[in-house]
Design a protein around this ligand. Structure first.
Ligand code: CTP
Length: 401
């Protein structure tokens, strides 16, 4: 089937359109074959928003990128070992990739690359639906589809190109989940079997490479669907040794994300880690180098769990509640509370909404002004004063708690 590239260009931003028009002319003038490849072709055929653009060049992509950067005021980053260059501007970026073939010296290791033609470049890819290309030329162009990816797109199937795909690159297991969740696709039956066989190879893959994909999976809008798939396919168990993603955890996540979608990574990670023993949760959090605020919340989690009995059995005054909960991050309190008894949820909400925002009247400066020598007792004095202040607040506002 022939495709008119103008209809691809029309969905792009004006800035990207200009650049792609230029690329088509330049490639044609220099008789250099350039192709739109992978996700951008897949998403365009599916009539989904097209993200970053990958262009495969049969030739020296870095040399072409340097010509580009001399014409357009874009940022250029080159990666000579892979023969790739990234051009980026305000709202988007584009990768120019020298067509290459890949060979995996060992399973789960990085591939050895050598320059090749488009056919070899497509053959090294993960799934048939990502193995589609359109030549950038000035006239209608044929869809290049050596692995019948278009048919799989129509049938909603994720299919690897060969039996060793997941073993060569176990991060593709996470990619399969991500695409299945995002596109609402299924694994083609043989691909599902291959994925199961390859699960143990996740252990041989470096945490940095795993995180490249796991981080994307956990931050996509379809992350909760992806986690349910990852759980049912045994991937969470393989990655974390135990735990999982139950329907109730999913419900908790949905409720929390409804108000704080900007905290998605922290929320889903804390919920995932809440299923592991505290030491395992900390090990996994360090292993994948989660951002420091999330690491701190994972470390604090068991301390909060230890207060569960106090919070559920005792009636704490506002001052006591504040003293107990003030060391914890608000988000941690909300995530932990989301699975607790209503009385605990109520106390945490009261604390976060009314008590935590109250500024302490007494400060260290006041103590200095009173002539009290600075020292460790300041902490105690300030804490006692705050407790009294909050108890008075509660007496004055009995209807809030
Ligand atoms: N690719 C692969 N194996 C991987 C990673 C990537 O074969 N482990 C290939 C795929 O063909 C993919 C292309 O490299 O289409 C570009 O990778 P990436 O940008 O991660 O994929 P997209 O399909 O563009 O994904 P997204 O829509 O999430 O950007």
């Amino acid at each position: 089937m022939l495709y008119d590239l103008n209809s691809f260009l029309r969905q792009a931003s004006p800035v990207l359109q200009q650049r792609l028009q230029w690329l088509i002319q330049t490639a044609n003038t220099h008789n250099c074959a350039c192709y739109l490849v992978g996700g951008c072709v897949r998403d365009w055929l599916l009539e989904r928003p097209v993200g970053d653009i990958d262009v495969v060049v049969e030739g020296d992509a870095i040399a072409l990128a340097k010509v580009w950067a001399a014409v357009w005021p874009d940022q250029l980053h080159t990666h000579p070992p892979f023969g790739t260059a990234t051009l980026s501007w305000q709202d988007s970026s584009l990768d120019l990739i020298s067509a290459r073939s890949e060979y995996y010296p060992q399973p789960a290791a990085l591939p050895v690359v050598s320059f090749a033609n488009l056919a070899a470049d497509l053959a090294r890819r993960d799934f048939t639906i990502n193995c589609l290309a359109l030549r950038l030329i000035n006239q209608p162009t044929e869809l290049i589809d050596p692995q019948h990816g278009y048919a799989d797109l129509q049938h909603g199937l994720i299919r690897v190109l060969h039996d060793l795909s997941f073993i060569n690159d176990p991060t593709r297991i996470l990619r399969a989940i991500r695409f299945a969740a995002r596109l609402n696709f299924e694994l083609e039956p043989q691909t599902a079997i291959l994925l199961q066989h390859a699960l143990p190879w996740l252990d041989q893959t470096t945490p940095a490479r795993l995180w490249n994909e796991l981080g994307l999976l956990l931050t996509e809008p379809s992350a909760l669907v992806a986690l349910s798939l990852a759980d049912s396919w045994g991937v969470l168990n393989q990655l974390f040794g135990s735990g999982g993603w139950s329907a109730s955890l999913n419900q908790q996540a949905q409720t929390l994300l409804a108000n704080q979608s900007d905290q998605q990574l922290a929320i889903v990670w804390l919920l995932l880690m809440s299923q592991l023993a505290p030491s395992a949760a900390q090990t996994q959090t360090q292993r994948f180098s989660l951002p420091k605020p999330i690491r701190l919340m994972v470390e604090q989690w068991p301390q909060l769990v230890a207060f569960e009995a106090t919070l559920s059995q005792t009636t704490l005054s506002a001052g006591q509640l504040d003293r107990l909960l003030s060391p914890f991050e608000p988000l941690l309190l909300e995530v932990w509370a989301s699975n607790q008894a209503t009385s605990i949820q109520h106390q945490i909400k009261y604390y976060l909404q009314y008590l935590r925002p109250i500024a302490s009247i007494l400060t260290g400066r006041d103590l200095q002004a009173q002539g009290i020598p600075a020292g460790p007792n300041y902490k105690t004095l300030l804490a006692e004063a705050r407790e009294r202040q909050l108890d008075q607040f509660e007496q004055a506002n009995p209807n809030l708690c």
